[in-house]
Every structure is written in C-alpha cells, then in structure tokens.
Design a protein around this ligand. Structure first.
Ligand SMILES: NC(=O)c1ccc[n+]([C@@H]2O[C@H](COP(=O)([O-])OP(=O)(O)OC[C@H]3O[C@@H](n4cnc5c(N)ncnc54)[C@H](OP(=O)(O)O)[C@@H]3O)[C@@H](O)[C@H]2O)c1
Length: 367
C-alpha cells in the first residue's frame, strides 16, 4: 500500500437484518429465524466487508482509498444491549480501521446515533472519528429545496416544514437552518422537556420562521414538507398523517415512513434521504443497497474529509453548528460530490409522480 494515499474507513451495520444476511450468506438467511439474527449479531466479530476504490476529487484529481467495515450489531440488538457493550463493539471495529491503516473512521447510521453520538468512541480510538451528520443535514436540506423547486407550488420561503426527531443530531441541526429559510418550522418529538429546550434554543434569536414544538404526530398534516430522522427503528409515519401533496424526506435508517404510504397515497411523495453521487470511478465492492456510484451522505463526509486531509473529529455529539453544515457542503461541492437525483424507494422519481403530487399540492394550497 502506498503510504501517501489518504485512507479512510467507514463503519456500517445491518439495517434490514434478513436482507443483509441474505446478501452475504444466502443459504443462512433462508433457515435463520429473525430473532436469532439479532442475537447472533452480538456474538459476531467486526469484519472488513470490502475495499473502496476510485473516489477521485474533481478539483484536484487526487484519489483516496478506503475500507467498508461491519459492526455486526442490528438496530434491535443495539437497543436491547447495554451501552457499554455497544460502545465496545464499535470501538473494536474502529481498532480494525486503525490496523488497516485508516487515518479517519466514519460512523454509519446507529453506530453514530447510539449513546453520546461518537464522543466515547472518539476518546477510545487513536484515529479521528466523524458521524457524517453535518453532510447528511446539508444534503437532506438540499433535497427538500430541490423538491420544492420541482413542485413549484409555493416558494420555499413560504413553506411549512416539519422535522420529526427534532431533538436528535440531524433533526435539530436541520431545524436550525430551516428556521432562517422558511415560514414555519414544526419541531416534532416525543419528550416534551427536551423538545421545549430545542424550541427555546432555536427561538433565542430572531428567526425568519415561526418555530413551534409538538409531540403530536397528527400535526404533520400542517406541513407541505417533512424531514424525518429518528432512531425509532420502525415505521412511525403512516398514510393518515399526511396532507395531499406532501413531500416526506426519510433520512432514517431503518426507515421512519411506512411502506403503506407509497402504496396507498399516490398524492404524496416519500423521498430517500441523504444520498449523493461520488466523484470518480468509485467501486465499493459491496452492495449496501444503493445504485452504483451512490453513497449515503454520512459516508461521503468521511470521504470529503479524507480528500481534504482533514483528519479530525469533524462531527461528534448532538450539537452540530450550522457553520459545519455549510462548510462541509462547500467542500463536498468543490471535490465533485453532488446530491443524487431524487429517488423514492430506490427508484428515480418519475415525471408522472411529480405531476400527481403537484396537482394535489396545488389543491391543498388553494384550500
Ligand atoms: N441517510 C443518511 O445518510 C443517514 C446518515 C446518518 C444518519 N442517518 C439516520 O438518521 C437517523 C437519525 O440519526 P441521528 O444521528 O440524528 O440520531 P439521534 O441524534 O440519536 O436522534 C434520534 C432522534 O430520534 C428520536 N426517536 C428515537 N426513538 C423514537 C421513537 N420511537 N419515536 C419517535 N422518535 C424517536 C429521538 O428522540 P428522543 O430525543 O426523544 O430520544 C431523537 O430525536 C437514524 O435513523 C440514522 O440511522 C441517515
């Protein structure tokens, strides 16, 4: 290995346990009950899934290399285990990154969200750690703005946007930026005290938007645009929650939005959140469920920092300043990362879908 090629590792974990086992061990997925997969995921050691090649900056032409690593715990196993046990598994996976020669390691999905959102893991490792949440917020907001431009029913500045999981790292940072862009921001969460703290913090200085908090998911019906980023681990947004013409950006992994929404409501659009196109002839040598050359924004943050040779704990914890979100968006654009074409359940949104949702949004707006 040439030592001066910047190197990174990124940690993922099973999101859809049966499907993830099937991809690697098709025979095992057929015979193993799901409860066993959760249980066994705690006994499995961390492992290297693949080499990542061909990430190349469009600005400098520099290439980097990386590794995709698995922390084998399923979301359910993380939720039902002690925090110490989960930290230990993530740290073990981080040590594997160190042994491979990575200079920074990114935490994917729940490995970033669990406990103190990367702080304990970062303290335990010799290489810096980043959760990728800053770039995820940047990309998610750009996806929503793009959806608003494509629908062209109301100007973005006049929109009501709901954020589900507003007390979380991604939700709070997204709401903070939205409060300076749109007309109304509805913060939705489940713990009234924490939610009130976020509401007070966002309203501590004058904002363009009216910012209000609620624990009532029924109030989603007030929003034309919704960003959902919780760690519920199951569907919490259902067909009856949404108004005609609504656009829901589901950033959560596993998804927050019930599959019934896409099946039963052709007057709303559910978009896959936080997906980007990676510059260069990238090959992940592993199918993590996205079309070729596409990656989750949290993975891309680690790549961007590696291209910049900024080997630092860039995003850690739940308090993400807007400056970081704007900075990583700028660096990503400089190196050639782009928000992917808008997709719903893994497929590019068709013009007929846009037309149906536009018509419904126009009616709702007029009413
Ligand atoms: N697409 C991407 O590129 C990408 C990148 C990074 C992360 N993600 C995903 O984004 C999601 C959020 O990540 P994060 O780092 O912001 O996590 P986080 O900081 O832990 O925040 C999680 C949020 O979910 C809420 N929540 C947890 N359980 C819930 C339930 N049963 N019902 C309703 N709300 C619930 C929490 O509320 P409380 O405060 O009340 O606990 C909190 O607001 C995760 O699913 C993660 O996998 C996606």
């Amino acid at each position: 290995m040439t030592k001066d090629i910047p190197r990174f590792a990124f940690i993922i974990h099973p999101i859809d346990p049966r499907e993830d086992v099937r991809r690697r061990y098709p025979w095992l997925a057929k015979v193993l009950p799901e409860g066993w997969i959760h249980y066994l995921s705690g006994l499995w050691p961390p492992l290297k899934l693949s080499d990542i090649e061909g990430v190349e900056s469009r600005a400098t032409g520099e290439r980097i290399r990386g590794w995709l690593l698995a922390c084998p715990l399923t979301p359910q196993r993380m939720r039902t285990s002690t925090l110490d046990f989960v930290y230990r598994k993530i740290i073990q996976t981080g040590r594997l990154a160190e042994r491979l020669g990575a200079q920074i390691v990114g935490l994917g999905a729940w490995t970033a969200a669990i406990g103190d959102a990367g702080e304990t893991v970062a303290r335990a490792l010799r290489i810096p750690v980043t959760t990728g949440d800053s770039y995820t917020v940047a990309v998610a907001l750009e996806q929503l703005r793009r959806a608003a431009r494509t629908l062209a029913v109301t100007p973005w500045e006049g929109a009501t946007v709901a954020v589900v999981g507003a007390t979380g790292a991604i939700g709070r940072a997204a709401a903070d930026i939205l409060a300076d862009e749109v007309e109304r921001v509805l913060l939705i969460g489940r713990r009234p005290r924490l939610l009130a703290q976020v509401e007070a913090a966002l309203n501590a200085r004058p904002r363009r938007a009216t910012v209000k908090a609620t624990t009532d998911l029924q109030r989603l019906a007030e929003a034309a645009f919704i960003l959902s980023a919780t760690t519920a681990g199951r569907a919490i947004i259902h067909p009856q929650h949404l108004r005609p013409g609504a656009v829901v950006l589901d950033v959560a992994l596993p998804r927050d939005v019930s599959l019934r929404v896409s099946r039963q409501r052709d007057d709303v659009l559910v978009l896959d959140g936080g997906i980007v196109q990676v510059p260069g002839p990238v090959d992940f040598h592993f199918n993590f469920g996205l079309p070729r050359k596409l990656a989750y924004a949290c993975m891309a943050e680690t790549m961007i920092l590696t291209l910049e040779r900024r080997f630092e704990c860039y995003t850690i914890g739940r308090n993400i300043p807007a400056d970081k979100v704007h900075e990583i968006a700028r660096l990503g654009a400089y190196h050639g990362f782009e928000v992917a074409p808008l997709m719903s359940l893994g497929r590019r949104v068709r013009s007929t879908q846009w037309e149906r949702v536009r018509a419904a949004a126009r009616q709702a707006h007029a009413a």
